[in-house]
Design a protein around this ligand. Sequence first.
Ligand code: KIV
Length: 293
Amino acid sequence: MSTIPQPPKREGGSPITKRLTPRDIQARKNADPIVCITAHSAPMAGFMDSHVDLLLVGDSLGMMVYGLDTTVGVTLDIMIAHGKAVVRGSAKACVIVDLPFGSYQASPVDAFKAAARVMSETGCAGVKLEGGAVMAPTVEYLVARGIPVMGHIGLTPQSINVLGGFRVQGKSGAEAKALVADAKLLADAGAFSIVVEGTVEPVAREITKACSVPTIGIGASVGCDGQVIVAEDILGLYSAFMPKFAKRYALLGEEVSKVVATYAADVRARRFPAPENTYGAAPAKPAKKSKKR
Ligand code: KIV
């Protein structure tokens, strides 16, 4: 039996979807913290849906699912496949899908084509794209054409080859000023919220104060309007790298290893499948009586 919560059904069978919308998220500026987590599959989305406000189909799936070193190799087709799964597996959270590297940077028209495919093929509520001032005209173009956009500034992993590594951003006065300006420009362009990644607390607080839409922090302190985290980091399902800002709430990777070791031992010892896991199992042979001396 499925353990994934299913959306409630209307008479006649069509689901009632009372999902949170980008507008609901935008209205949470300076209110209760917004909770966001990444999801890449329908079952995981189902487990997380009722606990969070936003499910982000992040392109970090390049590392978490596909074994890539960075997000740069993630394609639009990959994002669409996972976006569909997450929308199917959830009922309440607002689902946002990342536009991958190369699908939106060249022009607003490219961005619209990519975002329209993501929206129409997945059923998600909006897209996220990386970049500050340089992407503001694109954000404006998309929003004017019906596409809710979440911004992403600070440490922007798709620009890793320019940033020269996963480095904390906004440490100098000039960098901090530029980040605050980026956030304001994206908000003015119509972004409904902005992910702020990898910056120091005073800068995160300054951005949050200056920006009219909610900031969602990752490695950006508690001074943001909400938080986003990569699910595998808090579940202990990714061990190649553990960022300082993440907290391990569980060690599920170790559990998986233990469970599979037990299964393997059972198969090798012919303990699995047992009669209760077998169709038409042969009746157990009566135990041989031992001869009395
Ligand atoms: O791809 C992702 O998971 C993200 C979050 C880190 C914000 O963009």
